[in-house]
Write a protein that binds this ligand. Structure first.
Ligand code: PMP
Length: 364
């Protein structure tokens, strides 16, 4: 069967060139006579894969030397616990912004370990915007400030970073990492589940400022499982145990591929062009409507509705029949959602817009 256009929010479409290369190397990686999946993680060949992937990610995101890159496991959700367990230090409270279901889960998890101060929430409006921040609500004694910089389900994105002074800024970048350049030096920790713009689900990338590694070494909560300790992961080069070797290999192929395309400036150009095309269509349509106000719109996740559930369903089904899958909105919001991660190119979005235009004419 021909490949479909997959608008899933994750696990998501990967670049075909990466999949084809992995297929080619599946049974014999670099003349080793084995698959990466079968290789010892202590072998020279795997160490080469691990280190090249980290070097390439550092180049791609311009990660400064005072930051480490950790490969961890358990999906982004495991970081909801790892963050407070490692980073509270002597403090007992942390600030959280509540901008979606994933923020909410991060908050619920953190509440097991500290006092959570929710500085702002858009929950009452079903998370359809990024709330304004009132600095007087920040806790000056917070160990860190946590926010979800791109909200996968609701399609909102923070365009201005919270001004938190010396309080470490921690962000869940699962659904926007590698979509555009970011100034890593503004953050204490960036973490991201891999299954959108990076590779297989389960792998989590953690980019952490080195002083926070020291903090976890000296002050992580005693109960912290060894596998969740940032300092131990760093000291062991992300190989305290057998790491998810194949996932790291695929992530490395994606990093190399993106560097070859011109890096994150180029990805941003492409992603802005894609998003402009889709939002432009939605804003001019009489049938479809984007649910997020323009200033908070995600480049990666575009939710939209017709206002009629039956018509939404009909549209999703017709799209599937036309080779465009996973356009159904998240079960908590309904409607439709097109996730247009890096691997969906401008032609893919044009195909979608042409389909929606035709659907609108035929169902007017
Ligand atoms: N955070 C965000 C922003 C997400 O989109 C997701 C998953 N879609 C998660 C966290 C949870 O990731 P995981 O399933 O890898 O735990």
């Amino acid at each position: 069967m021909a490949r479909v256009l997959n608008f899933s929010a994750g696990p998501a479409q990967l670049p075909l060139a990466v999949l084809e290369r992995a297929a080619k190397e599946m049974t014999d990686y670099g003349n080793t006579g084995t698959s990466v999946m079968e290789m010892s993680h202590r072998s020279k060949a795997f160490e080469g894969i691990l280190h090249k992937s980290k070097d390439d990610l550092r180049k791609l995101m311009a990660i400064p030397e005072n930051y480490d890159i950790l490969y961890m496991q358990g999906g982004a959700s495991t970081q909801f616990a790892a963050v407070p367990l490692n980073l509270l230090g002597d403090k007992t409270a942390a600030d959280y912004a509540d901008t979606g279901a994933w923020s909410d889960k991060a908050i619920k998890e953190a509440k097991k370990y500290c006092d959570v101060n929710v500085v702002a929430s858009s929950k009452a409006e079903i998370y359809n915007h990024i709330p304004d921040l009132d600095k007087s609500k920040f806790n000056p004694e917070a160990a860190y400030f946590h926010f979800t910089c791109n909200n996968t389900i609701y399609g909102t994105k923070w365009t201005n970073l919270p001004e938190v002074g010396n309080v470490p800024l921690i962000t869940d970048m699962s659904s926007s990492i590698l979509s555009e350049p970011v100034d890593v030096s503004k953050y204490g920790v960036i973490y991201a589940g891999a299954q959108k713009n990076i590779g297989p689900a389960g792998l989590v990338i953690v980019i952490i400022r080195k002083d926070l590694l020291e903090l976890s070494k000296e002050k992580a909560k005693k109960m912290t499982p060894t596998m969740l300790r940032y300092d131990i992961c760093a000291e062991n080069d992300s190989m305290y145990n057998t790491p998810p070797t194949y996932s790291i290999y695929i992530a490395g192929l994606v990093f190399e591929y993106l560097l070859g395309l011109g890096g994150l400036d180029e990805m941003k150009k492409r992603n802005v062009a894609k998003a402009d095309l889709l939002y432009g269509f939605l804003d001019n349509s009489k049938m479809f409507k984007a649910t997020v106000r323009p200033q908070d719109r995600s480049l990666m996740n575009v939710p939209f509705i017709t206002g009629n559930e039956e018509l939404d369903d009909k549209c999703v089904k017709a799209a599937t029949a036309a080779g465009m899958i996973n356009l159904k909105g998240h079960r908590s919001v309904g409607g439709l959602r097109a996730s247009i991660y890096n691997a969906i190119d401008l032609d893919g979005v044009k195909t979608l817009v042409n389909f929606l235009e035709k659907f609108e004419k035929e169902n007017a």
